[in-house]
Write a protein that binds this ligand. Structure first.
Ligand SMILES: [Zn+2]
Length: 266
């Protein structure tokens, strides 16, 4: 009967049964101390200790470098950092390369201008007197090259070195885009009192193109441009400009050449 009663009691009731732990002196069996407890209390205490321990261990792993020893955990984070660093190095390398190309173009241009000046000084005092002959000799190398037109319009002033006009002036409607005649790297893109907003582009084979009096500049120094890419918007900026037009110059090997011989502006 008592066994049946035992099985009928619920688990909670059994857990609530009180027990007493008595500690006796081994010599005279005198009671030293005693504790009264139920199994429920023991379970709650043990569970709390387990939870606390788990929380402590997890925090220890997550918030200290110990996590690096856990396979996979640290590696993922370090890998992503590594990938990010590699990407930034690639980016910096590209920037350095672009900068090198730009510096080289600038050096070449300065060198060719210097050479031209020395050449001019050592030759006759009026080297441009018979300019067409000089030009045809100097620029034979340009004949087989194909240039894009910077814009379509009507020519208002021709290239005329005797008047110190080293470019061709072309009139076009307001807002017309001025395009690069060839692929290259922007040497300078800035405003000056005399020329207004000007763009200088270094092309392969020591060719430099110049675009002056623009209303706006669309490129930055060091930037790579493609043939036909818009680099500026036509304007009337600068003291030397008397109306909306593009003053276009083409230089080869440090010498200005007549743009009309190589480029059609119609
Ligand atoms: Zn001009």
């Amino acid at each position: 009967m008592s066994v049946e009663e035992g099985t009928k009691r619920s688990l909670l009731e059994r857990l609530q049964d009180n027990y007493r732990l008595v500690i006796l002196d081994d010599d005279d069996l005198r009671e030293v101390t005693s504790f009264s407890f139920s199994l429920l209390i023991v379970y709650i205490l043990l569970s709390s200790v387990m939870v606390l321990l788990t929380v402590m261990v997890v925090s220890f792993i997550v918030f200290t470098p110990v996590k690096r020893w856990i396979p996979g955990y640290g590696e993922i984070k370090e890998n992503s950092e590594f990938v990010e660093l590699t990407r930034r190095i690639d980016e910096l390398e590209k920037q350095v390369q672009a900068h090198d190309t730009y510096t080289m173009g600038l050096k070449n241009m300065l060198k060719s201008i210097e050479n031209a000046e020395v050449e001019q000084a050592s030759k006759s005092p009026q080297p441009l007197k018979n300019s067409d002959v000089v030009e045809s000799m100097k620029t034979r190398a340009l004949d087989h090259l194909v240039f894009a037109s910077p814009l379509s319009g009507s020519i208002s002033a021709e290239y005329d070195p005797s008047r110190e006009h080293l470019g061709t002036d072309i009139i076009a409607p307001k807002g017309t885009a001025v395009k690069s005649v060839m692929e290259g790297i922007v040497l300078s893109a800035e405003w000056s009192v005399e020329s207004g907003n000007s763009v200088l582009i270094q092309h392969p084979r020591n060719i430099v193109s110049v675009y002056k009096h623009n209303s706006a500049i669309l490129v930055k120094p060091g930037q790579k441009v493609q043939t036909g890419q818009a680099v500026a918007i036509i304007g009337n900026s600068g003291e030397m400009s008397s109306g909306p037009h593009l003053h276009f110059e083409l230089w080869y090997d440090g010498q200005p050449v007549n743009p009309k011989n190589y480029i059609s502006f119609n």
